[in-house]
Design a protein around this ligand. Structure first.
Ligand SMILES: Cc1cc2nc3c(=O)[nH]c(=O)nc-3n(C[C@H](O)[C@H](O)[C@H](O)COP(=O)(O)OP(=O)(O)OC[C@H]3O[C@@H](n4cnc5c(N)ncnc54)[C@H](O)[C@@H]3O)c2cc1C
Length: 549
């Protein structure tokens, strides 16, 4: 073959790296939230999630997307989704690592850090493949809501907490493990679920309590191969939360017709469907007519996962950008040694570390529901973290992609991981309550809890460490107390997020990171794009901490 040129100056991909051991901000956040935490399992997961072998599974699961089979060859309705074997390999790994309901197993709860440890694992796995984490997240989050029906929870808890993954469509009692999803959104409304038209008629009572027959649809119904779902439907008393298994206790298929799979921007490995309920059987969970607060017990934890997931994606995008710029030369220097590129990368590193700190601090709150301060922080910081971290995600991904130049924009059969991250990023901001809904939820949280005092308490450890933070922290509790209007809700959510992130960095990060974060995000020494940190910023120290090796 004629040789036209030598290929050089093309960086080697980031592979076979332990994602836990190389993530200093993650380790610092864990040490802060749970000093002395046993991280053995996280190290193991970090090795798996960073391995070339599992990166290949992630690529294949995204390239060979789920396929819907509505009917068998001979015309029977089967309503099944077929996945590539790599999807199942990823699911098996995530369940095996306990990222689904295992955090609710008695032995995990006894550690006192079940949610925090699982949160760190969820972040690490997101760096491998985020879309399969949709059913994993729902299977984690469902427990507090499902406990509203003790009989069903008693029957299903062993499968939901088990580390065995079984994708078969079988009656739950014959399976070693099970997954669950949720169905709220309908065509006419997702944020305003009060508009739901799906209705449920009473059909007697059995071992699982009050049974209903459900007729209607769901416009978004992700991971339809889950074993069961919590859904909302109108009953005589109003919107109610119902448990809807795919296979009924007698082994027959429930009357759930999968109409089609969504053709999505990203999140390709995950099947998101549209479904119709044709007189499907479902059982009441919680109080009839109180379905929204009941299912929101699930929504709270999936919102935590949105913040964790975006933090994981930020870390992954940053790591890929650092990996590239430490190997690629332009104008006689490695890109990372060019002053303006240093500014961009350091700015991204600040954002990534702040997201990690806030998301893990929030996760800690769920380990201590009996602590009054932690309970307020869980309520307050869930919408704040979901709003702010996820809102920053797309901007972050675009800038990280640009660090790779044209290569960042290329998919090449799924090998272009940066392109996959970019397509995934907007999703965590949209589902589980879009940005405005989160900001408005913060206003509701403020109304109900003693938020101003709790916030002041949370920010106190950073007092006197940076004038801009002191200025913001002094005014924030007052703004919270005086209650922002709806028009101001996003601004309030942003400022609470920045203040809490800064206070956390004061306690977990080197001074260079903390000061640069406060100077830029709070003190105003910053432009409207990444890469506009002021000239005196200690970018080398910030980058040394962020490097993924
Ligand atoms: C890939 C994917 C998978 C999904 N999977 C599921 C699933 O498994 N189960 C499920 O139930 N749902 C699922 N969803 C649906 C998702 O949760 C909804 O799309 C989301 O909650 C928004 O609802 P909507 O699409 O009806 O938009 P709308 O409710 O119409 O909202 C549109 C916009 O208006 C804003 N808005 C709404 N009300 C107000 C207000 N009062 N003030 C200011 N702004 C407002 C919102 O913030 C949003 O930006 C999925 C969505 C996607 C994209």
């Amino acid at each position: 073959m004629t040789v036209t040129h030598e290929v050089f100056n093309q960086p080697a991909p980031l592979a076979d790296v332990n994602l836990f051991e190389t993530n200093r901000p993650l380790q610092a956040a864990l040490a802060f939230n749970a000093p002395g935490l046993d991280t053995t399992a996280l190290r193991e997961l970090g090795a798996l999630a960073g391995s070339a072998e599992y990166q290949t599974h992630a690529r294949l699961a995204n390239v060979f997307t789920p396929q819907l089979k509505t009917h068998s060859r001979v015309g029977q309705r089967i309503d099944q989704v077929e996945f590539h074997p790599s999807y199942h390999a990823l699911m098996r790994a995530a369940v095996g690592a306990g990222l689904h309901g295992a955090a609710f197993a008695p032995e995990a709860r006894a550690t006192g850090h079940a949610h925090l440890r699982r949160a760190a694992g969820f972040m690490l796995f997101t760096e491998l493949e985020p879309s399969i984490l949709c059913p994993i997240s729902m299977s984690y989050a469902v427990t507090p809501a499902l406990q509203g029906n003790a009989a069903i929870y008693g029957d299903w808890a062993p499968q939901l907490t088990s580390r065995a993954y079984d994708p078969a469509l079988k009656v739950w009692r014959d399976k070693p493990g099970a997954t669950m999803g949720m169905g709220m959104t309908e065509k006419q409304g997702g944020s305003d679920v009060r508009a739901n038209t799906t209705h449920a008629e009473p059909a007697g009572e059995d071992a699982w309590g009050r049974r209903f027959v459900v007729t209607g649809h769901k416009w978004f119904f992700s991971a339809p191969m889950c074993d069961a779902f919590l859904i909302l439907a109108q009953t005589a008393s109003g919107l109610s939360c119902l448990f809807l298994p795919r296979v009924l206790p007698d082994g027959s298929l429930n009357a759930i017709a999968i109409q089609r799979l969504k053709d999505k921007l990203g999140n390709k490995a995950n099947a998101s469907s549209e479904v119709e309920f044709l007189g499907a059987s479902a059982w009441l969970v919680g109080e009839e007519g109180r379905g929204v607060p009941q299912i929101l017990a699930m929504g709270t934890l999936t919102r935590l996962d949105c913040a964790l997931g975006t933090s994981g994606l930020m870390r992954q995008a940053l790591s890929i950008a650092l990996n590239h710029t430490t190997q690629r030369k332009a104008f006689g220097k490695f890109l990372i040694d060019q002053p303006l590129m240093k500014n961009v990368l350091a700015d991204l590193a600040l954002e990534s570390e702040a997201a990690t700190a806030l998301a893990l601090r929030l996760a800690r709150a769920f380990d201590r529901p009996d602590d009054a301060h932690e309970a307020v922080m869980a309520r307050l910081l869930t919408p704040v973290a979901k709003f702010w971290i996820c809102k920053r995600g797309s901007h972050f991904a675009q800038e990280a992609m640009e660090c790779l130049g044209g290569n960042g924009y290329v998919e090449e059969g799924g090998e272009g991981i940066m392109a996959r991250i970019y397509r995934e990023m907007p999703l965590n901001s949209i589902w589980e309550g879009a940005g405005n809904i989160m900001a408005l939820d913060l206003l509701r949280a403020i109304r109900k809890a003693d938020a101003a005092a709790a916030l002041a308490h949370e920010l106190a450890p950073a007092k006197g460490m940076h004038p801009a933070l002191d200025h913001l922290a002094a005014r924030l509790p007052l703004r919270v107390e005086e209650m922002a209007t709806e028009m101001e809700a996003r601004r309030l959510a942003q400022d609470v997020a920045l203040a809490v992130q800064a206070a956390l960095l004061a306690q977990t990060a080197p001074a260079a990171v903390f000061h640069a974060f406060c100077d830029s995000r709070i003190g105003g020494h910053w432009g409207h794009s990444f890469g506009s940190l002021s000239a005196g910023t200690e970018v080398d120290a910030i980058l040394a901490r962020a490097l993924p090796r």
